[in-house]
Design a protein around this ligand. Structure first.
Ligand SMILES: Nc1ncnc2c1ncn2[C@@H]1O[C@H](COP(=O)(O)OP(=O)(O)OP(=O)(O)O)[C@@H](O)[C@H]1O
Ligand SMILES: [Mg+2]
Length: 364
Protein backbone atom coordinates (compact mmCIF):
# COMPACT_ATOMS: atom_id res chain seq x y z
CA UNK A 1 0.00 0.00 0.00
CA UNK A 2 1.41 3.35 -1.00
CA UNK A 3 0.25 6.91 -0.81
CA UNK A 4 1.15 8.50 -4.10
CA UNK A 5 0.48 12.12 -3.38
CA UNK A 6 -0.76 14.37 -0.65
CA UNK A 7 -2.48 17.74 -0.75
CA UNK A 8 -2.96 19.92 2.28
CA UNK A 9 -4.89 23.10 2.87
CA UNK A 10 -4.44 25.01 6.11
CA UNK A 11 -3.16 22.01 8.00
CA UNK A 12 -1.14 22.94 11.14
CA UNK A 13 1.74 25.15 9.90
CA UNK A 14 1.08 24.42 6.18
CA UNK A 15 -0.90 26.82 4.00
CA UNK A 16 -1.04 24.76 0.86
CA UNK A 17 0.98 21.78 -0.09
CA UNK A 18 1.01 19.30 -2.97
CA UNK A 19 3.63 16.60 -2.89
CA UNK A 20 4.33 13.37 -4.75
CA UNK A 21 6.02 10.71 -2.66
CA UNK A 22 8.39 7.92 -3.47
CA UNK A 23 6.77 4.49 -3.49
CA UNK A 24 9.47 3.15 -1.28
CA UNK A 25 11.46 5.48 0.95
CA UNK A 26 10.85 9.12 1.83
CA UNK A 27 13.15 11.09 4.08
CA UNK A 28 11.81 14.30 5.59
CA UNK A 29 14.26 16.56 7.32
CA UNK A 30 14.39 20.02 8.82
CA UNK A 31 14.92 21.83 12.08
CA UNK A 32 12.87 21.46 15.24
CA UNK A 33 9.45 23.02 14.78
CA UNK A 34 9.67 23.14 10.97
CA UNK A 35 6.69 20.85 10.28
CA UNK A 36 8.07 17.30 9.94
CA UNK A 37 5.73 15.68 12.44
CA UNK A 38 2.86 17.78 11.06
CA UNK A 39 3.42 16.29 7.61
CA UNK A 40 3.38 12.66 8.77
CA UNK A 41 0.50 13.52 11.08
CA UNK A 42 -1.49 14.54 7.99
CA UNK A 43 -0.89 11.10 6.46
CA UNK A 44 -1.92 9.48 9.74
CA UNK A 45 -5.09 11.56 10.05
CA UNK A 46 -5.99 10.71 6.46
CA UNK A 47 -5.78 7.03 7.41
CA UNK A 48 -7.19 6.93 10.94
CA UNK A 49 -9.33 10.14 10.83
CA UNK A 50 -7.77 11.23 14.12
CA UNK A 51 -4.39 12.46 15.16
CA UNK A 52 -1.99 10.52 17.33
CA UNK A 53 -1.34 13.78 19.18
CA UNK A 54 -4.50 15.48 20.44
CA UNK A 55 -8.06 14.36 20.59
CA UNK A 56 -9.28 17.80 19.61
CA UNK A 57 -9.43 17.99 15.81
CA UNK A 58 -9.46 21.78 15.89
CA UNK A 59 -5.75 21.98 16.66
CA UNK A 60 -5.17 20.53 13.18
CA UNK A 61 -6.66 23.62 11.57
CA UNK A 62 -4.06 26.26 10.85
CA UNK A 63 -4.36 29.10 13.37
CA UNK A 64 -6.27 32.03 11.96
CA UNK A 65 -8.24 29.88 9.49
CA UNK A 66 -11.38 27.83 10.00
CA UNK A 67 -11.13 24.81 7.75
CA UNK A 68 -8.49 22.26 6.89
CA UNK A 69 -8.42 19.72 4.08
CA UNK A 70 -6.23 16.67 3.65
CA UNK A 71 -6.38 14.77 0.40
CA UNK A 72 -4.34 11.81 -0.74
CA UNK A 73 -4.36 9.23 -3.47
CA UNK A 74 -3.52 5.60 -2.91
CA UNK A 75 -1.41 3.87 -5.45
CA UNK A 76 -3.83 0.94 -5.72
CA UNK A 77 -5.30 -0.38 -8.95
CA UNK A 78 -8.19 2.10 -8.72
CA UNK A 79 -6.11 5.11 -7.62
CA UNK A 80 -8.58 5.75 -4.81
CA UNK A 81 -8.67 9.28 -3.39
CA UNK A 82 -9.32 9.92 0.27
CA UNK A 83 -10.31 13.26 1.70
CA UNK A 84 -10.84 14.65 5.16
CA UNK A 85 -12.31 18.06 5.79
CA UNK A 86 -12.33 19.48 9.30
CA UNK A 87 -13.96 22.72 10.36
CA UNK A 88 -15.46 24.09 13.54
CA UNK A 89 -18.61 22.03 13.08
CA UNK A 90 -16.81 18.72 12.79
CA UNK A 91 -15.29 16.36 10.29
CA UNK A 92 -16.27 14.93 6.93
CA UNK A 93 -14.61 12.00 5.23
CA UNK A 94 -14.83 11.10 1.57
CA UNK A 95 -13.66 8.30 -0.65
CA UNK A 96 -13.52 9.19 -4.34
CA UNK A 97 -15.60 12.24 -3.50
CA UNK A 98 -18.41 10.14 -1.99
CA UNK A 99 -19.28 11.12 1.53
CA UNK A 100 -18.86 8.30 4.04
CA UNK A 101 -21.23 8.69 6.96
CA UNK A 102 -19.86 6.05 9.30
CA UNK A 103 -16.24 6.56 10.32
CA UNK A 104 -15.94 2.79 10.83
CA UNK A 105 -16.56 2.34 7.08
CA UNK A 106 -13.53 4.49 6.36
CA UNK A 107 -10.91 3.68 8.96
CA UNK A 108 -9.50 0.37 7.81
CA UNK A 109 -8.97 1.41 4.16
CA UNK A 110 -5.58 3.09 4.46
CA UNK A 111 -3.35 1.16 6.81
CA UNK A 112 -0.64 3.02 8.60
CA UNK A 113 1.83 1.91 11.21
CA UNK A 114 3.38 4.89 12.92
CA UNK A 115 6.19 5.26 15.39
CA UNK A 116 6.45 8.57 17.19
CA UNK A 117 8.61 9.16 20.29
CA UNK A 118 5.38 9.75 22.22
CA UNK A 119 4.54 6.09 21.69
CA UNK A 120 6.72 5.29 24.68
CA UNK A 121 3.49 6.12 26.50
CA UNK A 122 2.41 2.68 25.42
CA UNK A 123 4.85 1.34 28.01
CA UNK A 124 5.02 4.15 30.55
CA UNK A 125 1.47 5.42 30.76
CA UNK A 126 -1.84 4.15 32.13
CA UNK A 127 -3.83 1.05 31.09
CA UNK A 128 -6.35 3.26 29.28
CA UNK A 129 -3.57 4.55 27.00
CA UNK A 130 -2.46 0.98 26.33
CA UNK A 131 -6.03 0.00 25.47
CA UNK A 132 -6.07 2.84 22.94
CA UNK A 133 -3.09 1.28 21.19
CA UNK A 134 -4.87 -2.05 21.08
CA UNK A 135 -8.01 -0.41 19.75
CA UNK A 136 -6.23 1.47 16.98
CA UNK A 137 -4.24 -1.60 15.93
CA UNK A 138 -7.30 -3.83 15.91
CA UNK A 139 -9.64 -1.39 14.22
CA UNK A 140 -7.26 -1.10 11.28
CA UNK A 141 -7.06 -4.88 11.01
CA UNK A 142 -10.73 -5.76 11.47
CA UNK A 143 -13.43 -3.57 10.10
CA UNK A 144 -15.94 -4.92 12.67
CA UNK A 145 -13.79 -4.22 15.74
CA UNK A 146 -14.81 -0.57 16.30
CA UNK A 147 -18.47 -1.47 15.99
CA UNK A 148 -18.12 -4.28 18.50
CA UNK A 149 -16.31 -1.97 20.89
CA UNK A 150 -19.03 0.67 20.54
CA UNK A 151 -21.66 -1.97 21.28
CA UNK A 152 -19.76 -3.02 24.40
CA UNK A 153 -19.45 0.57 25.61
CA UNK A 154 -23.16 1.15 25.11
CA UNK A 155 -24.04 -1.96 27.15
CA UNK A 156 -21.60 -0.88 29.84
CA UNK A 157 -23.29 2.50 30.10
CA UNK A 158 -26.72 0.88 30.36
CA UNK A 159 -25.51 -1.52 33.05
CA UNK A 160 -23.86 1.27 35.05
CA UNK A 161 -26.95 3.46 34.84
CA UNK A 162 -29.10 0.56 35.99
CA UNK A 163 -26.79 -0.21 38.91
CA UNK A 164 -27.17 3.37 40.10
CA UNK A 165 -30.91 3.14 39.75
CA UNK A 166 -30.99 -0.14 41.71
CA UNK A 167 -28.94 1.42 44.45
CA UNK A 168 -31.24 4.42 44.72
CA UNK A 169 -34.58 2.58 44.69
CA UNK A 170 -33.81 -0.91 45.95
CA UNK A 171 -36.78 -2.40 44.09
CA UNK A 172 -35.31 -2.39 40.57
CA UNK A 173 -35.43 -5.75 38.80
CA UNK A 174 -32.44 -8.01 39.15
CA UNK A 175 -33.69 -10.10 36.22
CA UNK A 176 -33.15 -7.11 33.97
CA UNK A 177 -29.67 -6.66 35.39
CA UNK A 178 -29.00 -10.33 34.66
CA UNK A 179 -30.02 -9.88 31.03
CA UNK A 180 -27.82 -6.82 30.58
CA UNK A 181 -24.93 -8.52 32.37
CA UNK A 182 -25.06 -11.55 30.09
CA UNK A 183 -25.21 -9.32 27.02
CA UNK A 184 -22.22 -7.39 28.33
CA UNK A 185 -20.31 -10.62 28.93
CA UNK A 186 -21.05 -11.91 25.42
CA UNK A 187 -19.97 -8.63 23.87
CA UNK A 188 -16.89 -8.48 26.14
CA UNK A 189 -15.90 -12.02 25.19
CA UNK A 190 -15.83 -11.03 21.52
CA UNK A 191 -13.49 -8.11 22.23
CA UNK A 192 -11.43 -10.27 24.56
CA UNK A 193 -10.93 -12.92 21.91
CA UNK A 194 -9.87 -10.38 19.30
CA UNK A 195 -7.44 -8.72 21.68
CA UNK A 196 -6.02 -12.01 22.85
CA UNK A 197 -5.54 -13.17 19.32
CA UNK A 198 -3.88 -9.90 18.35
CA UNK A 199 -1.39 -10.05 21.23
CA UNK A 200 -0.73 -13.72 20.56
CA UNK A 201 0.06 -12.83 16.96
CA UNK A 202 2.33 -10.00 18.07
CA UNK A 203 4.25 -12.48 20.20
CA UNK A 204 4.96 -14.55 17.10
CA UNK A 205 7.20 -11.76 15.79
CA UNK A 206 8.12 -9.53 18.71
CA UNK A 207 10.95 -11.60 20.15
CA UNK A 208 12.79 -12.13 16.88
CA UNK A 209 12.46 -8.56 15.71
CA UNK A 210 13.53 -7.13 19.06
CA UNK A 211 16.56 -9.39 19.06
CA UNK A 212 17.56 -8.28 15.59
CA UNK A 213 17.33 -4.63 16.65
CA UNK A 214 18.73 -4.68 20.17
CA UNK A 215 20.79 -7.89 19.84
CA UNK A 216 19.83 -9.18 23.27
CA UNK A 217 16.90 -10.00 25.53
CA UNK A 218 13.62 -11.86 25.06
CA UNK A 219 10.71 -9.51 24.55
CA UNK A 220 7.20 -10.79 25.29
CA UNK A 221 3.87 -9.05 25.60
CA UNK A 222 1.48 -10.34 28.23
CA UNK A 223 -2.25 -9.70 28.13
CA UNK A 224 -3.88 -8.85 31.42
CA UNK A 225 -7.68 -9.19 31.40
CA UNK A 226 -10.48 -10.06 33.84
CA UNK A 227 -11.75 -12.41 31.13
CA UNK A 228 -8.53 -14.42 30.96
CA UNK A 229 -9.18 -18.18 30.86
CA UNK A 230 -12.77 -17.79 31.97
CA UNK A 231 -15.81 -19.42 30.48
CA UNK A 232 -19.06 -17.53 30.03
CA UNK A 233 -20.46 -19.35 33.06
CA UNK A 234 -17.48 -18.49 35.23
CA UNK A 235 -17.82 -14.87 34.17
CA UNK A 236 -21.50 -14.78 35.11
CA UNK A 237 -20.52 -16.08 38.56
CA UNK A 238 -17.80 -13.49 38.81
CA UNK A 239 -20.22 -10.66 38.02
CA UNK A 240 -22.68 -12.04 40.57
CA UNK A 241 -19.95 -12.19 43.18
CA UNK A 242 -19.09 -8.57 42.45
CA UNK A 243 -22.65 -7.29 42.49
CA UNK A 244 -22.45 -5.72 45.94
CA UNK A 245 -19.30 -3.87 45.02
CA UNK A 246 -20.75 -2.79 41.66
CA UNK A 247 -23.84 -1.44 43.42
CA UNK A 248 -21.75 0.43 45.98
CA UNK A 249 -19.59 2.00 43.26
CA UNK A 250 -22.46 2.50 40.83
CA UNK A 251 -20.35 1.00 38.08
CA UNK A 252 -19.10 -2.26 36.65
CA UNK A 253 -15.82 -3.26 38.22
CA UNK A 254 -15.11 -6.28 36.03
CA UNK A 255 -14.67 -6.32 32.30
CA UNK A 256 -12.58 -5.69 29.23
CA UNK A 257 -12.81 -1.94 29.89
CA UNK A 258 -10.07 -2.62 32.48
CA UNK A 259 -7.82 -4.63 30.15
CA UNK A 260 -4.10 -4.02 30.16
CA UNK A 261 -0.90 -5.49 28.78
CA UNK A 262 2.72 -5.52 29.85
CA UNK A 263 5.93 -5.82 27.91
CA UNK A 264 8.50 -8.02 29.55
CA UNK A 265 12.17 -8.08 28.62
CA UNK A 266 13.67 -11.25 30.09
CA UNK A 267 10.89 -11.31 32.67
CA UNK A 268 11.46 -7.71 33.75
CA UNK A 269 8.55 -5.37 33.16
CA UNK A 270 9.90 -2.73 30.77
CA UNK A 271 7.68 -0.17 32.43
CA UNK A 272 9.57 -0.41 35.70
CA UNK A 273 12.98 -1.67 34.63
CA UNK A 274 13.57 -0.68 31.00
CA UNK A 275 15.94 2.05 29.84
CA UNK A 276 14.68 4.69 27.40
CA UNK A 277 16.53 2.98 24.57
CA UNK A 278 15.16 -0.46 25.46
CA UNK A 279 11.64 0.94 25.63
CA UNK A 280 12.03 2.66 22.29
CA UNK A 281 13.41 -0.48 20.64
CA UNK A 282 10.57 -2.52 22.12
CA UNK A 283 7.97 -0.13 20.72
CA UNK A 284 9.66 -0.14 17.31
CA UNK A 285 9.77 -3.96 17.40
CA UNK A 286 6.03 -3.86 18.17
CA UNK A 287 5.43 -1.67 15.11
CA UNK A 288 7.35 -3.98 12.80
CA UNK A 289 5.43 -6.91 14.29
CA UNK A 290 2.21 -5.08 13.41
CA UNK A 291 3.39 -4.92 9.81
CA UNK A 292 3.92 -8.70 9.85
CA UNK A 293 0.38 -9.19 11.17
CA UNK A 294 -1.07 -6.97 8.45
CA UNK A 295 0.75 -9.00 5.84
CA UNK A 296 -0.38 -12.29 7.31
CA UNK A 297 -3.99 -11.45 8.13
CA UNK A 298 -4.95 -8.90 5.49
CA UNK A 299 -2.38 -9.57 2.84
CA UNK A 300 -1.54 -5.87 2.73
CA UNK A 301 1.63 -4.01 3.52
CA UNK A 302 0.79 -0.89 5.51
CA UNK A 303 2.51 2.44 5.17
CA UNK A 304 5.25 2.84 7.76
CA UNK A 305 6.04 6.15 9.44
CA UNK A 306 9.06 6.53 11.68
CA UNK A 307 8.90 9.99 13.19
CA UNK A 308 12.13 11.21 14.73
CA UNK A 309 13.70 7.80 14.37
CA UNK A 310 17.25 8.76 15.29
CA UNK A 311 16.72 10.43 18.64
CA UNK A 312 17.99 8.48 21.64
CA UNK A 313 19.21 5.50 19.65
CA UNK A 314 22.81 4.60 18.96
CA UNK A 315 24.01 4.10 15.39
CA UNK A 316 24.12 0.33 15.71
CA UNK A 317 20.42 0.12 16.67
CA UNK A 318 19.40 2.53 13.92
CA UNK A 319 21.27 0.40 11.38
CA UNK A 320 19.48 -2.69 12.66
CA UNK A 321 16.11 -0.95 12.40
CA UNK A 322 16.79 0.23 8.87
CA UNK A 323 17.43 -3.34 7.75
CA UNK A 324 13.72 -4.08 8.35
CA UNK A 325 12.64 -1.50 5.84
CA UNK A 326 12.01 -3.74 2.91
CA UNK A 327 11.43 -2.70 -0.67
CA UNK A 328 7.69 -3.35 -0.46
CA UNK A 329 7.01 -1.07 2.52
CA UNK A 330 6.42 2.57 1.73
CA UNK A 331 8.29 4.30 4.50
CA UNK A 332 8.51 7.85 5.81
CA UNK A 333 11.36 8.77 8.12
CA UNK A 334 11.67 12.20 9.68
CA UNK A 335 14.83 13.53 11.24
CA UNK A 336 16.77 16.63 12.18
CA UNK A 337 20.04 14.80 11.48
CA UNK A 338 20.11 14.37 7.72
CA UNK A 339 23.88 13.81 7.44
CA UNK A 340 23.78 10.93 9.86
CA UNK A 341 20.76 9.34 8.18
CA UNK A 342 22.12 9.83 4.63
CA UNK A 343 25.29 8.10 5.75
CA UNK A 344 23.34 5.15 7.13
CA UNK A 345 21.23 4.92 3.97
CA UNK A 346 24.12 5.31 1.56
CA UNK A 347 23.28 2.30 -0.60
CA UNK A 348 19.54 2.94 -0.72
CA UNK A 349 17.37 4.95 -3.10
CA UNK A 350 15.00 7.48 -1.63
CA UNK A 351 13.30 10.81 -2.10
CA UNK A 352 14.47 13.54 0.20
CA UNK A 353 12.34 16.49 1.32
CA UNK A 354 13.52 19.53 3.21
CA UNK A 355 11.01 21.39 5.35
CA UNK A 356 11.40 24.88 6.69
CA UNK A 357 8.56 26.78 8.30
CA UNK A 358 5.82 24.74 6.68
CA UNK A 359 7.38 24.94 3.22
CA UNK A 360 8.50 21.70 1.66
CA UNK A 361 10.96 21.21 -1.17
CA UNK A 362 12.25 18.08 -2.77
CA UNK A 363 16.03 17.94 -2.66
CA UNK A 364 18.08 16.02 -5.22
N1 LIG B 1 -2.82 24.65 14.22
C1 LIG B 1 -1.62 25.19 13.96
N2 LIG B 1 -1.52 26.33 13.24
C2 LIG B 1 -0.33 26.87 12.96
N3 LIG B 1 0.84 26.35 13.34
C3 LIG B 1 0.82 25.23 14.06
C4 LIG B 1 -0.42 24.57 14.40
N4 LIG B 1 -0.13 23.47 15.12
C5 LIG B 1 1.20 23.43 15.22
N5 LIG B 1 1.79 24.47 14.59
C6 LIG B 1 3.21 24.78 14.48
O1 LIG B 1 3.87 23.68 13.89
C7 LIG B 1 5.20 23.63 14.41
C8 LIG B 1 5.54 22.25 14.90
O2 LIG B 1 5.64 21.44 13.83
P1 LIG B 1 6.13 19.95 14.00
O3 LIG B 1 5.65 19.35 15.24
O4 LIG B 1 5.80 19.29 12.71
O5 LIG B 1 7.71 20.16 14.12
P2 LIG B 1 8.86 19.14 13.81
O6 LIG B 1 9.51 19.56 12.54
O7 LIG B 1 8.37 17.77 13.91
O8 LIG B 1 9.85 19.48 15.02
P3 LIG B 1 10.73 18.50 15.96
O9 LIG B 1 12.00 18.25 15.23
O10 LIG B 1 10.95 19.34 17.16
O11 LIG B 1 9.94 17.29 16.24
C9 LIG B 1 5.30 24.58 15.56
O12 LIG B 1 6.04 25.70 15.15
C10 LIG B 1 3.87 24.91 15.84
O13 LIG B 1 3.72 26.20 16.31
MG1 LIG C 1 8.57 16.28 15.32
Amino acid sequence: MQIQNLKLLNFRNYNQLAVTFDNHLNIIYGKNGSGKTNLVEAIYVLAITRSFRQINDKTLIKSGTNLTKIEGMLNDEFQTTFKIIINNDGKKVKINNNKITRISDYVSKINVVLFNPNDLKMIKDTPSIRRKYLNIGLSQLHIEYLKKLNDYNKLLKIRNAYLKQMYLNGNAMTTYLQVITEKLIDSGLEIYQMRENYLKNLNLYLKDIYKKIALDGDLVVQYDSDYQNKSRKELINLYNKNLKRDLAFGKTNIGIHHDDFHLYLDEYDLKDYGSEGQQKNAVIAWKFSEICIFKKEKNVTPILILDDLLSELDVEKIKNILQFIEQDIQTFITTTEIEKLSFLLKDKNYKKFFISNGLLEEVE
